[in-house]
Design a protein around this ligand. Structure first.
Ligand code: HEM
Length: 415
């Protein structure tokens, strides 16, 4: 970790104490001391490319709430990164998360409407059956790899159902999702870039007959997101263009995969490290609701978000000029002692718990209720079935900066 300095004393351009393109060697294993240094000593941390990292809870909260000063449109950043017109550029600049009104407002309205409480409640029984079936399959084997056999398998089914993707066609979704979201990392190899572009192209081709089929045979628009997206403009004439429809289908299929997998994997890893908390949860299963938010806070699946400044702004005596990319370190903000008492401690009943794992403001995660439901059911039922599980040597982190989770999590079920 580079040196420290008092907040606000690090000069007009902030300090280059933490470099997103050259991470400390132990970053993936233990980012927390690095985040603490950033948050406490370099709350506005300049990067060599002119961008800045912000990491205090109050600062991120301010930024998320002000969509005029801090915009989500990323064309200026993704143009040089991916090349204008490339599949990755087209995808990431057309999805709602990297847009502002009016596109963002139109797409978001459709998605929020589709994920209404009735639709989500209707999904719960199927989710319980899915989790129990996965538990049965792992028990039959005696051992398991928690990402492939459990945490990664759940969101694929859930989002596949949400969009009505035929079950026998879901196999490629996870790899495409990893490649497309992986391309958001600050630094990409040529191979990663090529993989991401190929994944977008393959995904577009794949969606063609699914969308055409749904157009011809619409589902129940009350619960079927794809039917809603297709029909979105029918009454108002302000629906999605064809390209917007495809790219936002890809986005929704991606948005809940890696994130929810990480939530479940991180939660089971945390409960392996904190056996007393596991015992507490087993003794008092009602704690699961607040516990899921505590897992989200402590090991946020999405560690960094981004915004672009539209005017000069000042934080802690440092001016960030207009037109700069800012990285919002939710991983650090969620352990900010100004916002959370004993922030590094796991408190299963923590309340209030105003973590930023789902961001905030106009772009707050649309799938947060669904994600919480998946986390609650998966962790609760796994724990009840395998109360003595133990993570085995060989656990491997995903190696991403933006997303924190495991690539592999071998487990002995001890049944
Ligand atoms: C634990 C799981 C999840 C986490 C941690 C998570 C996190 C986030 C975050 C941080 C954002 C805001 C990005 C930004 O503006 O910078 C976001 C946006 C979004 N998420 Fe999630 N997400 C999760 C699961 C899901 C699921 C299951 C779905 C849908 C099925 C979903 C759909 C979306 C959508 C559509 C947006 C864009 C919202 C907008 O731009 O208005 N997410 N998510």
């Amino acid at each position: 970790m580079a040196g420290s300095g008092a907040a606000g004393t690090n000069g007009g351009n902030g300090a280059l104490s933490f470099d997103l393109t050259n991470l400390p060697g132990d970053f993936h294993e233990n980012p927390w001391p690095h985040y603490a240094d950033l948050r406490e000593n370099y709350p506005v941390c300049a990067q060599a490319d002119g961008s800045f990292i912000l990491s205090r809870h109050a600062d991120l909260d301010t930024i998320y709430r002000d969509t005029t000063t801090y915009i989500s449109d990323k064309k200026a950043v993704f143009g040089p990164k991916y090349g204008v017109g490339s599949p990755l550029f087209e995808h990431h600049t057309t999805s709602l998360v990297f847009n502002d009104a009016p596109l963002h407002t139109r797409v978001r309205k459709v998605m929020v409407g589709a994920m209404n409480p009735r639709a989500l409640a209707a999904m719960e029984p199927g989710l319980i059956t899915l989790v129990d079936d996965l538990n049965d399959a792992m028990a039959a084997n005696g051992k398991a790899e928690l990402i492939e056999d459990f945490a990664g398998a759940i969101p694929i089914e859930v989002i596949g159902n949400l969009l009505g993707i035929p079950r026998d066609r879901r196999a490629p979704l996870r790899d495409w999702s990893l490649s497309i979201l992986g391309a958001l990392e600050p630094q990409l190899s040529d191979a990663q870039m090529a993989e991401g572009n190929q994944a977008v192209s393959d995904f577009m081709t794949y969606l063609r007959d699914i969308i055409e089929d749904r157009r011809a045979n619409p589902g129940d628009a009350a619960v079927d997101v794809l039917t809603r997206l297709i029909q979105s403009g029918d009454e108002t004439g302000e629906g999605l263009s064809e390209i917007e429809l495809y790219q936002n289908c890809i986005f929704i299929l991606n948005a809940g995969h890696e994130t929810t997998t990480n939530l479940i994997g991180n939660a089971l890893s945390l409960l392996d490290q904190h056996r007393n908390k596991r015992a507490e949860l087993l003794a008092n299963p009602k704690l699961i609701t607040t516990a899921v938010d505590e897992f989200l806070r402590l090991e946020s699946p999405n560690q960094f978000g981004n915004r672009l400044t539209t005017r000069d702004v000042e934080f802690h005596g440092v001016t960030i000029p207009a037109g700069r990319d800012i990285h919002l370190c939710m991983g650090a903000a969620n352990r900010d002692p100004r916002a959370f008492e004993n922030p590094d401690e796991m408190q299963l009943d923590r309340r209030p718990n105003k973590h930023l794992a789902f961001a905030g403001g106009a772009h707050t995660c649309v799938g947060l209720t669904l994600a919480r439901m998946e986390g609650r059911i998966a962790v609760e039922r796994f724990l009840r079935r395998f109360p003595d599980y133990e993570i085995q040597p060989g656990a491997t982190r995903g190696g991403r900066i933006r997303f924190r989770g495991f690539a592999r999590l071998p487990v002995a079920l001890n049944v």
